[in-house]
Design a protein around this ligand. Structure first.
Ligand SMILES: *Cc1c(COP(=O)(O)O)cnc(C)c1O
Length: 378
């Protein structure tokens, strides 16, 4: 059996090696390393794939979120609502810009923003909502957009984990994750569903004015060369990474299918195990399984992970500590234990199994057998 990894980028690369190598070498030969034709080309391809008007590359997903907030003109003291059950980047850039992060709890089944608890948090200072499409499944974008419209708020989608996922509105409209809010942000970190071979990110929008503003912010606040209208940053997607992404974008739907097949296998293997709660699939969004994350009921999580590791099966906890209880973020709302019960419960119960495009049936059988064996005490 092939060695099991959380993510297997090597086997994936081997299948597209000749195309990748050729495109990368072409960039090197051309020396168009910064903002070259490959960047323009990929931005257009991704815009077509997502069905958005503008895609602007940047250096990583964290920058994408920061740039989005800068481009929308958010000012120190403004409040931004997001979740506590996520990767730190979302909230980190809110705080870095002098904005105030306001947390909302998540839904027990989907792990996404609980829209029923959203409206009560809105104050005259609230300017934006940042839903995170966690683990590959869209938050309830219909409800979020309705609330945002009613209160005149921006919606910035953190789409770092859900590129390629779709959301179906009650009127039948289907849109790609990241194309629904005012701005969408993604990361091309190697292990993401569309990953490059280093760091990369992108910002998407249908709004021409916001797009122009984003283009200026990522380029030192410059519209005309050496004239700086506002404070910006330096955040670029390298041409070499764009070339790699262009090859991989063509595979993205196949990659998603492979992840879903692996997820179906896990679901089926665990369906009758009452100590394991398999990930809820929201009927309005197709789940692209950036992670396969289960909830454990009355199982010693540390021991289970130790057991799996002893059989050379990696397993991870995304995420062990909620952001509202992290040292760096408690001060923002004088948050304390008990403030977000679902988030806190999930941090204690979740665990993630290997999930990537190259898992084969032999590996999946080996993993699921080991998990079930541990739980049944075999
Ligand atoms: C990966 C990730 C980010 C940050 O992306 P980087 O490219 O690592 O900066 C932000 N938000 C979420 C939800 C992520 O998963």
């Amino acid at each position: 059996m092939k060695k099991i990894n959380m993510v297997d980028l090597k086997s994936q690369y081997e299948k597209i090696k000749s195309q990748i190598d050729e495109r990368v070498l072409n960039v090197i030969e051309s020396t168009a390393f910064i903002n070259g034709p490959e960047v323009q080309n990929f931005q257009k391809e991704l815009a077509d794939y997502l069905g958005v008007k503008h895609v602007i590359g940047c250096a990583n997903g964290t920058d994408a979120l920061q740039v989005a907030m800068m481009a929308l003109g958010l000012k120190p003291g403004d409040e931004v609502i997001s979740v506590s059950f996520t990767f730190v980047a979302t909230v980190e850039v809110i705080a870095l810009l002098g904005l105030k992060p306001v947390f909302v709890d998540v839904e027990e089944g989907t792990f996404n923003m609980d829209v029923a608890k959203l409206e009560e948090l809105i104050t005259p200072k609230t300017k934006a909502i940042i839903p995170v499409h966690l683990f590959g499944q869209c938050a309830n974008m219909e409800a979020i957009m309705n609330i945002a419209k009613k209160h005149n708020l921006y919606v910035i989608e953190d789409n770092c984990q859900a590129i390629g996922s779709t959301f179906k509105f009650s009127n039948g409209d289907v849109k790609k994750a990241g194309s629904i809010g005012h701005v969408g942000c993604t990361s091309f970190f190697p292990s993401k569903n569309l990953g490059c071979y280093g760091d990369g990110g992108a910002i998407f929008t249908n709004d021409d004015e916001v797009a122009n503003r984003v283009r200026s912010v990522v380029n030192h606040g410059m519209t005309v060369r050496y004239y700086h209208d506002h404070i910006g940053v330096n955040s670029r997607l390298d041409s070499i990474q764009a070339a790699i992404l262009s090859v991989k974008l063509k595979e993205l739907d196949n990659y998603i299918k492979a992840r879903q097949i692996a997820a179906d296998f896990y679901d089926k293997a665990f369906e009758n195990i009452e100590q394991l709660e398999t990930p809820a699939r929201y009927s309005q969004s197709n789940h692209v399984f950036h992670q396969y994350t289960l909830k454990l009921k009355n199982v010693n999580r540390a021991k289970l992970i130790e057991y799996l590791n002893s059989k050379e099966i990696p397993a991870m906890i995304y995420y062990p500590v909620p952001l509202h209880l992290q040292k760096a973020y408690v001060e923002f709302g004088n948050y304390k234990k008990g403030d977000f019960p679902i988030t806190e419960e999930l941090c204690d119960q979740v665990f993630s199994l290997p999930m990537h495009t190259e898992l084969d049936e032999e590996q999946l059988k080996y993993i699921t057998t080991a998990v079930v064996e541990f739980i049944k005490g075999i």
